[in-house]
Design a protein around this ligand. Sequence first.
Ligand code: ZN
Length: 142
Amino acid sequence: MAMNWRQTVVPDMFDNDIVPFWNGLKQHKFMLSRCRHCGAHYWPMALCPKHEDNTFDDMEWTPTSGRGKIFAWEVVHKVKTPAIEHELPYALVLVELDEGPIFATRLAGRSPPGLTIGLPVEIAYEDVPETGLTLPLFKLST
Ligand SMILES: [Zn+2]
């Protein structure tokens, strides 16, 4: 039996500094790293370049809107993995989050028609009981 791709995303894959992001998802919160000084958000976690001598102590994980717009997209029509053929076509997207960072993800379900740059999207939490994780897919905003 082929494994569902969702079960291939496991906690062992994450660096320690990204664990708060995944813990937030479990609570259906979309967390980004934010600078305590100027409020700028970053993904993935990074030091804010606007201040000299910044350290990771100057950054904090904080819940955000989980909203943004399509920055770029691609619809996948063909795969070499039989286990996910039934999900075709699906859309891979770069989301420009309202807070600024670009987030790479996939739209939940089959790709809707009419995707365009600038279309508003929002987080679509997908719980995966087998791994205990929640995946940060996105969907078109209604
Ligand atoms: Zn800053």
